[in-house]
Design a protein around this ligand. Structure first.
Ligand code: PLP
Length: 413
């Protein structure tokens, strides 16, 4: 392997490995920084930043000029239609954020107070929070080394031993509670093993709601993620592949679920020229028109962003090909990933290198980040039921996200 000595000189950090093997004269941290620099150049880089290079200004101006910036306006309808076309979902309901989308999707999937909902321990806190908003308890599932999502083999075995069927419902043998739903999350854009996850949901009578917050533009067997379950949810937060400032959406093929989702997220108001009659407890979760205007413009840019993110992955792949002891996460079989966040995973015997790498890269102006703290280790969820989480626990010690913006390559001078 050829290194550029002068380049490395500036990046040398205070961790010196004994030079006993001349074929690998540099520490792993040095090698990782050299590989990252090959792709992103000498600039500093953040993890993920939004880019507004299309009709964003135009649509926002149109929105302001019309004065319809809030709960009424044409951009919400257009954004929902455009998302339906892009994802292939029959119905889309745009909402204020991805957490709200999950909350309503779970509620409509029949998640009630006292139920349990299977979610991965390795996820963003929104998945667990949304379960608790329904009065239910998250029940944590282990993650697979390859997909970084729900370990389907382990989950099936776990449910066979720890649940029973009663009157068409899945009952937790230990707690006696109904396990109502299963929420796989497509981590960093990589699809879970959906074939097996769908068959588990079917066999154990679990409602399937996909947390596709990170996987807009990711496909499984050519079909868009978030369209396999009863419902799927998206997020358009500022750090996601496209952004509406804040925003989310519910995807479903069921017209009645879509109607009810729209009703619940718009205060459950009955249509009437002047009367304010609400027929159930609703939520003010509607996406404002001004956010949807941004979303319409962002969605137009999505194909180009996905292309750029795939190219970034390929560049990283080439740069990391010669670095041993660490792997760059690649889309699993059957999955076409959006590569939302590029991810390095250290080999098991290198887990002690994670914090050294995080420190060295961030010191060098290259933002990197570990995975989230596992849900069962967070104060509000410590007592929640869970299966053995050895896979997630191991992954979390070895996983590092690296700069992933779609503009990263264009920015290299
Ligand atoms: C971003 C995200 C959400 C939704 O987040 P919001 O900020 O509420 O839009 C949900 N689940 C996961 C896994 C996420 O990454």
């Amino acid at each position: 392997m050829v290194h550029e000595p002068c380049e490395l000189g500036q990046l040398q950090i205070g961790y010196i490995q004994p030079v006993n093997d001349l074929s690998t004269p540099f520490t792993l941290a040095d090698q990782v920084i050299v590989a990252l620099r090959k792709v992103i150049g000498q600039k500093s880089a953040v993890l993920h930043e939004p880019t507004f290079s299309g009709n964003e200004w135009l649509y926002l101006k149109e929105c302001l000029d019309s004065t319809f910036v809030s709960s009424v306006g044409k951009f919400v309808d257009r954004f929902e239609t455009d998302l339906a076309v892009f994802t292939g979902a029959k119905h889309v309901v745009a909402v204020v954020n991805g957490t709200a989308a999950l909350h309503i999707a779970l509620k409509l999937a029949g998640v009630n107070s006292g139920d349990e909902v299977l979610i991965p321990a390795l996820t963003f806190v929104a998945t667990a929070n949304a379960v608790t908003y329904c009065g239910a308890t998250p029940h944590f599932v282990d993650s697979d080394e390859n997909t970084l999502g729900v370990d389907a083999v382990k989950l099936r075995d776990y449910l066979e031993h720890h649940s029973k069927q009663r009157a068409g419902q899945c009952i937790n043998r230990t707690t006696g509670k109904i396990i109502r739903a299963l929420v796989p999350m497509h981590t960093f854009g990589h699809s879970v093993d959906l074939d097996e996850v769908i068959s588990i949901a079917y066999d154990f009578n679990l409602a399937l709601v996909e947390d596709a917050a990170e996987s807009l533009g990711s496909y499984y067997h050519g079909r868009h993620t978030g369209t396999f379950g009863l419902m799927g949810t998206l997020s358009f937060n500022g750090n996601k592949t496209i952004t509406t400032g804040g925003g989310g959406a519910i995807l479903t093929d069921d017209p009645e679920l879509a109607r009810h989702a729209k009703h619940l997220t718009t205060t459950a108001k009955l249509p009437h020229a002047w009367e304010y009659r609400h027929d159930e407890i609703g939520y003010n979760y509607r996406m404002p028109n001004i956010n949807a205007a941004l979303g319409c413009a962002q969605l137009e840019q999505l194909p180009a962003m996905l292309k750029a993110k795939k190219e970034l992955f390929q560049r990283y792949q080439a740069a990391f090909a010669t670095v041993s002891g660490i792997r760059l996460v690649e889309e699993p079989a059957q999955c076409q990933s959006n590569y939302w966040l590029q991810t390095l995973v250290l080999d098991s015997n290198n887990a002690d290198q994670r914090d050294i790498l995080l420190q060295a890269t961030n010191d060098a102006g290259i933002m990197t980040r570990p995975a989230w703290i596992l849900m069962h280790e967070l104060a509000p969820f410590r007592e929640c039921p869970r299966m053995d989480l050895a896979g997630a626990e191991s992954l979390v010690q070895r996983l590092i996200n690296i700069p992933s913006s779609s503009t990263l390559l264009q920015a290299v001078s």
